[in-house]
Design a protein around this ligand. Structure first.
Ligand SMILES: [Zn+2]
Length: 154
């Protein structure tokens, strides 16, 4: 193992635990660039890790078949077949479309440990995941509608 390999291994580990293991360099914009690409509301949620008011969009109750994409980079994130009505006012899913499309990071902002969910491609904030969901996974991905763009199945 060369010093570079050791460095690369350590760097990969560091980025993995920080939730940016797969982040695409093409989507690694500066915050100034993100501000130009997103609406102020999108910027607040996606880049400043904001939370929208519950029941503030129709994605929470949307039952149409299709795929929910990242509102920042358009990566496919969640499928309507994994969506359930959690009653929380935020769109909720039992799992991501593909596990490698999201990353996780511990969040202690409210004084309790929560797991933040991020888009793996662009590192934008999506929401949080909780271990109180229904079958089959018992997980509840609680996602901001503002972080998502729904594409109806054709
Ligand atoms: Zn994204």
């Amino acid at each position: 193992m060369t010093p570079f390999h050791i460095f690369a291994t350590l760097a990969a580990f560091f980025f993995t635990i920080n939730g940016f293991s797969h982040m695409d360099p093409e989507w690694n914009f500066s915050e100034e660039e993100w501000k130009k690409r997103l609406t102020p509301e999108e910027y607040h949620i996606l880049r400043e890790k904001g939370t929208e008011a519950p029941f503030s969009s129709n994605y929470a109750s949307l039952k149409e078949e299709g795929v929910y994409h990242c509102a920042a980079c358009n990566a496919s994130l969640f499928d309507s077949s994994d969506k359930f009505d959690s009653g929380t006012g935020w769109p909720s899913y039992t799992k991501p479309l593909k596990e490698e499309h999201v990353t996780y990071v511990e969040d202690h902002k409210l004084g309790v440990a929560r797991t933040e969910v991020l888009c793996a491609r662009c590192g934008s904030h999506l929401g949080h995941v909780f271990e109180d969901g229904p079958n089959p996974t018992r997980m509840r991905y609680c996602i901001n509608s503002t972080s998502l763009d729904f594409e109806k199945e054709k």
